[in-house]
Ligand binder design. Structure first.
Ligand code: AMP
Length: 605
C-alpha cells in the first residue's frame, strides 16, 4: 500500500464486534488480522494478569466472567466502574483498549502509523455517549476527525457520491441491539429523519430461544437442566449460535455436543435436530417487533414505505432468511444487502474518512446475483389447472458465492418421482420466468407420508449453478450443474423469452377447452390493460375475490387528480402493482399492497 500523509481510518465500534477499514485506490477495504475481519468487542485480564482483547478475551468469557467484559458499548456514557479481577476501569477505558487494538491492526496493515479516525455511533446515542466515545479514542491515541451515525455510514457505502435526493431506511439488526433509521440524502448531505430501536433486542435473543428449545428437550430426555452448569450453558450457547448461523443457508441442522453433562456417573451427550421452519416459528415474534419499529420510524419521518428509494441491511442478523423475507414483503422490492452486513458500517466510516482527506471514492464493487433463481412449485388448483408458482431460492442481489436450501414436499404419499424445474426471473408465476434447467429425482415411497424434498442451490463466482435435490429420509439425491447461470438472462434476452412464451401461450389455446380459454383470455386482457393504463378498471373476477382492494383502488382513482405530482406518481404505480397482484391472484401481495395503498391514502388525503 502506498504511504500517504497521516491517513484517516474508519472504525465501527460495535456492541458485539468492531471493524476497521480504509479507502485504497477509491475503494473502501476492511483491514484484517490473520484473515479475521471482525474483532470481538471483548476485553479481559487473563490468568497471567495480562490484558487480552478480541477472540482471546471472548474465549475466556465463560471461564472467567469476573475478569472479562463484553458489550461495553451499552455502558458508554455512564461512569459505572467496570471490574476486571482486582482492577476497576471506566467504560471509555475499556473501549479504548478495543480502539487501541484496531489502531495497531490498521498501522500494521497499511505499514505506517495511524493517528486519525472517523468513528461511528448509533443514531440514538446522546451527547454524553458521543463524548465518552471521543474520550475512548483519545485514550487510544486517536484524534477523532468526526463521529458519524451508523445509518449515515451504511448509506454512504451504497450511495457515496450521489447528489440525488433520496430517502433511505437503514435496518440494523446486530448481535446485541436493533435499530432502524430513516435518512434523507440531499446534495451529498445525509440527515437522520427518525430512528427507532430496541437496545435489548439482537441476535443474542435469537440464540437464547434456541438454547431454551434445545435445553428443554435435553431435560425432557435426560432429566438434567443444562442451564444450571456454567460450562454446559456456555457450550450449549456456542452450539446454538452456530446452528442459528447455519440455518441461514441450510434447512436443517444437527447440534451435537459430546460429554456435555453427566448423570449418576454416566456421561450424557447432546444431539438435537432443528429445522429452519421450527427456528422461524420461534423467532417470529422478535422479527415482527423489528418490522413494527420500521413502521414507527417511517411514521415519525412522515413517510410511507413506498416513498423509500432504498432499504439498506446492516448487522449479522439480517442474514436470517425470515428477516429478509419479511422486509422484502414490506418493501416490495429487493433490499440492498450486497455488501457484507457485518462490514457495511466500517466501510461507510472509511468512505467518510476518505472524503475528509479529499480523496474520491467510487461505488463499492461487489459480485452479486443479477436475477432471482428458484424452482417451479405447485400452489393449488385453479379451474384452469394447477397453479404453478416461482419459488425463489437465491434472491437477486445476493453476494456471491451463494448457497441456499429450501424444503418442499411431494404432492401425494405415493409419489415416486419429482420434477425439478429450475427458473430464473422475478415474476411470481412460474411460466413467466426463464427456464434454465430441468431434472427428475426418483423417490422411494412408503411410510404413508408425503416425502420431504430439500433443494439446494450453490452459485459460484463464475456463475456456475449446482442444483441438488435430496430426499432426506432416504438420502436419494440428484444433481444438475448449469453453466453461465448469471449471464443467461440479459434484458433483451428476457424480452425475447417473454415474447416467445406469450406466442406459445396463444398457440396452445387450440388445446384448451372452453372454460380454460376464457380464463386465459381474461388473464391476457388484464395484462394488456395494465400495460396501457395503470389506473384502468379491474376484472369481474378480481372484484369478487378482493372487494376491499377494489374499494381502495376506487378511492385512489378519485384522489389521483388532486394530490401533489410526486404523490400522484407513487399512487399510480402502487395502483398498478396492486392490480397486477389481483390479476395474478396472489392474496399475500394483494394484502401487502392494499396496506401500502391505505397508508399512502392516509397521507395524501
Ligand atoms: P453484528 O453485531 O452486526 O456483528 O452481528 C452479530 C450477530 O449476527 C450475532 O448475533 C451473530 O450470531 C449474528 N449472525 C452472524 N452471521 C449470521 C448468520 N449467517 N445468520 C444468522 N445470524 C448471524
Amino acid at each position: 500500500m502506498a504511504a500517504r500523509h497521516d491517513p484517516i481510518i474508519g472504525i465501527d465500534l460495535g456492541t458485539t464486534n468492531s471493524v476497521v477499514a480504509i479507502v485504497v485506490d477509491g475503494q473502501p477495504r476492511v483491514l484484517d488480522e490473520a484473515g479475521e475481519k471482525l474483532l470481538p468487542s471483548v476485553v479481559g485480564i487473563n490468568p497471567q494478569g495480562q490484558l487480552v482483547t478480541g477472540v482471546a478475551a471472548r474465549n475466556q468469557l465463560a471461564a472467567f466472567p469476573d475478569r472479562t467484559v463484553a458489550s461495553i458499548k451499552r455502558r458508554m456514557g455512564s461512569m459505572d466502574p467496570v471490574t476486571l479481577g482486582d482492577q476497576t476501569f471506566t467504560p471509555p477505558e475499556i473501549s479504548a483498549m478495543i480502539l487501541r487494538r484496531l489502531r495497531d491492526r490498521a498501522s500494521r496493515a497499511i505499514g505506517q502509523p495511524v493517528n486519525r479516525a472517523v468513528i461511528t455511533v448509533p443514531a440514538f446515542f446522546d451527547e454524553n455517549q458521543r463524548q465518552a466515545t471521543r474520550e475512548a479514542a483519545s485514550l487510544a491515541g486517536l484524534t477523532v476527525e468526526r463521529i458519524i451515525n451508523e445509518p449515515t455510514a451504511a448509506t454512504l457505502v451504497y450511495h457515496a457520491g450521489s447528489h440525488d435526493r433520496k430517502q433511505i431506511a437503514v435496518y440494523d439488526f446486530g448481535g446485541g441491539t436493533f435499530d432502524v433509521s430513516i435518512v434523507r440524502m440531499e446534495a451529498g448531505v445525509i440527515e437522520v429523519l427518525s430512528s427507532r430501536g430496541d437496545v435489548h433486542l439482537g441476535g443474542d435473543d435469537l440464540d437464547q430461544v434456541l438454547v431454551k428449545r434445545v435445553a428443554d428437550q435435553f431435560q425432557a430426555e435426560h432429566g438434567v437442566n443444562l442451564r444450571e452448569n456454567a460450562q454446559a450453558r456456555y457450550r450449549l450457547w456456542q452450539a446454538c449460535e452456530l446452528a442459528k448461523r447455519q440455518l441461514s443457508t441450510a434447512e436443517t441442522v444437527q447440534i451435537v455436543e459430546e460429554f456435555i453433562a453427566e448423570k449418576a456417573g454416566q456421561p450424557l451427550h447432546l444431539t438435537a435436530t432443528v429445522t429452519r421452519a421450527e427456528f422461524e416459528e420461534l423467532i417470529e415474534p422478535f422479527v415482527s417487533r423489528t418490522i413494527q419499529s420500521l413502521d414507527e420510524a417511517l411514521r415519525e419521518a412522515a413517510l410511507t414505505i413506498h416513498q423509500l428509494d432504498d432499504l439498506v441491511l446492516v448487522g449479522g442478523s439480517t442474514r436470517i432468511p425470515l428477516v429478509e423475507e419479511r422486509l422484502r414483503e414490506e418493501f416490495l422490492r429487493e433490499p440492498s444487502r450486497a455488501v457484507d452486513p457485518d462490514l457495511a458500517v466500517a466501510l461507510g466510516a472509511a468512505v467518510q474518512a476518505a472524503m475528509i482527506e479529499g480523496c474520491s471514492v467510487g461505488p463499492v464493487l461487489v459480485d452479486v446475483t443479477g436475477h432471482t433463481l428458484g424452482i417451479e412449485a405447485y400452489a393449488g388448483m385453479t379451474f384452469a389447472g394447477p397453479h404453478l408458482v416461482f419459488s425463489p431460492i437465491i434472491h437477486r442481489n445476493m453476494p456471491l458465492p451463494a448457497r441456499y436450501e429450501q424444503a418442499y414436499s411431494t404432492l401425494s404419499d405415493d409419489q415416486d418421482a419429482v420434477d425439478i424445474h429450475v427458473l430464473q426471473g422475478e415474476r411470481p408465476e412460474a411460466h413467466r420466468n426463464q427456464s434454465i434447467g430441468r431434472f427428475r429425482l426418483n423417490l422411494e415411497t412408503g411410510g404413508g407420508n408425503r416425502s420431504k424434498i430439500v433443494v439446494r442451490f450453490d452459485l459460484t463466482l463464475d456463475g456456475t449453478l449446482k442444483v441438488t435435490a435430496t430426499q432426506p429420509a432416504t438420502g436419494l439425491s440428484q444433481v444438475l450443474t448449469i453453466d453461465n447461470a448469471l449471464s443467461r438472462f440479459q434484458a433483451d434476452e428476457r424480452n425475447r423469452a417473454e415474447a416467445r412464451l406469450e406466442a406459445m401461450f396463444s398457440e396452445s389455446d387450440e388445446l384448451l377447452d372452453e372454460e380454460d380459454r376464457s380464463f386465459r383470455n381474461q388473464w391476457r386482457a388484464e395484462g394488456a390493460e395494465q400495460e396501457e393504463a395503470a389506473a384502468g378498471p379491474v376484472s369481474e373476477t378480481a372484484e369478487s375475490r378482493f372487494p376491499e382492494a377494489v374499494a381502495l383502488l376506487k378511492k385512489a382513482e378519485s384522489l389521483a387528480t388532486s394530490v401533489e405530482s410526486a404523490d400522484a406518481q407513487d399512487l399510480k404505480s402502487l395502483c398498478a402493482n396492486l392490480k397486477n397482484a389481483m390479476t395474478d391472484g396472489d392474496p399475500l401481495a394483494v394484502a401487502g399492497l392494499s396496506a401500502e395503498l391505505d397508508d399512502l391514502l392516509f397521507y395524501v388525503r
